[in-house]
Write a new protein. Structure first.
Ligand SMILES: *Cc1c(COP(=O)(O)O)cnc(C)c1O
Length: 458
């Protein structure tokens, strides 16, 4: 399987190389040249999550890993998810299901991809003897998942930038309390979009990139997208492979884009519904055809407080029929504030995506309402998804909303809604007693570079 950049000017890579590099050298994102299709879909029901993961991931990894290596990585990764089903499907109302993706070690769906790619990185780096430096930007959940997955992994240093003061206390502590010497939490002055922009600066400095062996594990990393395809398959298998709608609380467009790949692989997904909070660039883009960057408004669903939605570039590439030149031009226009999506591409996007936005009031109301009607206590991101899904439910078509985090990860918002502070699961009981380790850093690429050079353990 060969991987090409959405901007067409970077070397063609295999799976392992695309995974280890993250962002393409031309600033683009890697995508497989062709999307494989999966047969025997009706035989997936009843298989373990691990077995489905093997069948879904296998066609993408090509000859980068042997079957045995891949199975081993999958088994070790998902042994850390504390539910036998890994991603259980729970019914909320007639025709409406919740896909619980928060039973991993850091209580958000990011664990599904991060745990797997940490195992794959370990295999690849042990084989090559190469050392790398992972740098990531996070609005909270990616960073905690990355630090948890990569702590103690050989040949890797991990630096995670998060916006100072803008992540929840649980998120921050999950990043600052692991004592492993190879993980480093960096509190950056600014928003998530600043962190993401500095990350792109680091990757675009090719001399620095090569010197430290820079690798990225943000949701733009293709290997993460691949891991996220799996739970669309287990969900559809549980529902008998009927035509199904999925509603996805969306920020960087990684999770929902995995759904679009699942659809191209043959799953009977009818619509993918983008659910956003007031930071609604994606809803505006899909409804009006204008992708224009606004200012980030902090919300009670902070993991979706994003204006530049990186993985959307992959959806644009597909909607423009693989025209890398057109994508490169749009991304140039984005630097000046935004662009207009062509009529043809907009139509292609609207064939599979719907979108909607939810206010803070509605989010809180949904948490309250769901608790009363179902007993489920949900995190604010999940509530955004549920609120949108309820508006788009159609008789006869099952709806699956992705529950992206555990309510205990966002206790303030949940308490505001229902007056009860959700408790942490037992494996995180000590989180508030452990000492924190964090470095404050300015929103400045030179400051970051010298910090990284200074702190690497290699
Ligand atoms: C990351 C995250 C999202 C957004 O996912 P994307 O793949 O960035 O669209 C939504 N909810 C939670 C809890 C998250 O951690």
């Amino acid at each position: 399987m060969r991987y090409v950049s959405t901007r067409g000017q970077a070397p063609v890579l295999n799976f392992e190389q695309a995974m280890l590099s993250g962002l393409a050298r031309d600033g683009g994102l890697y995508l497989p040249e062709t999307i494989p299709t999966l047969s025997d879909l009706d035989q997936l029901d009843g298989l373990s999550y691990e077995e489905v993961a093997f069948r879904v991931v296998r066609p993408f990894t090509g000859d980068s890993f042997t079957d045995e290596e891949l199975r081993g990585a999958i088994d070790r990764a998902y042994a850390r998810i504390s539910h036998d089903a890994r991603a259980p499907l729970v019914q909320l109302a007639p025709g409406h299901h919740l896909l619980e993706l928060f039973h991993g070690p850091t209580l958000a769906f990011k664990d599904f991809a991060m745990q797997l790619i940490a195992q794959l990185f370990q295999i690849a780096l042990t084989r090559s003897g190469q050392r790398i430096t992972i740098v990531g930007a996070t609005s909270g959940d990616t960073g905690s998942a990355a630090i948890e997955a990569f702590r103690g992994i050989d040949n890797v240093d991990v630096f995670i930038m998060y916006p100072h003061g803008r992540v929840s206390e649980v998120q921050r502590r999950q990043m600052t309390t692991p004592p492993a010497a190879n993980v480093h939490a960096l509190a950056v002055t600014g928003h998530f979009d600043d962190c993401q922009a500095r990350l792109k600066d680091l990757f675009n400095d090719h001399a620095f990139r090569d010197h430290v062996g820079l690798a990225g594990v943000n949701s733009i990393n293709w290997a993460r997208v691949v891991a996220q395809i799996v739970y669309y398959f287990t969900a559809c298998a549980s529902l008998g492979m009927r035509s199904t709608d999925f509603c996805v609380p969306t920020g960087n467009f990684g999770d929902i884009f995995a759904g679009s790949i699942a659809r191209q692989m043959g799953l009977p997904i009818r619509r993918l519904i983008v659910a956003t909070n007031q930071n609604d660039i994606l809803h505006r883009a899909l409804s009006q055809g204008e992708y224009r960057v606004g200012t980030v408004e902090p919300s009670i669903s902070p993991s979706m407080d994003i204006q530049v939605s990186s993985n959307f570039e992959r959806a644009l590439y597909l909607a423009y029929g693989g025209d890398a030149g057109a994508v490169a031009q749009l991304m140039d226009e984005l630097k000046a504030g935004g662009f207009t999506i062509s009529q043809g591409a907009l139509q292609a996007l609207r064939e599979q995506y719907r979108s909607d936005r939810v206010s803070e009031e509605e989010t809180l109301e949904t948490i309250r309402d769901m608790r009363e009607r179902t007993g489920e206590v949900m995190c604010p991101h999940t509530a955004v998804g549920v609120a949108v899904a309820q508006r788009h439910l159609e008789p006869g078509v099952p709806m699956v909303t992705l529950a992206t985090a555990h309510p205990a990860k966002f206790p303030d918002a949940v308490e505001r809604a229902i007056g009860i502070r959700p408790g942490l699961p037992p494996h995180l009981a000590e989180l508030f007693d452990l000492p924190e380790r964090v470095t404050r850093v300015e929103n400045d690429v030179e400051a970051l570079k010298s910090l990284i050079l200074d702190r690497r353990t290699q």
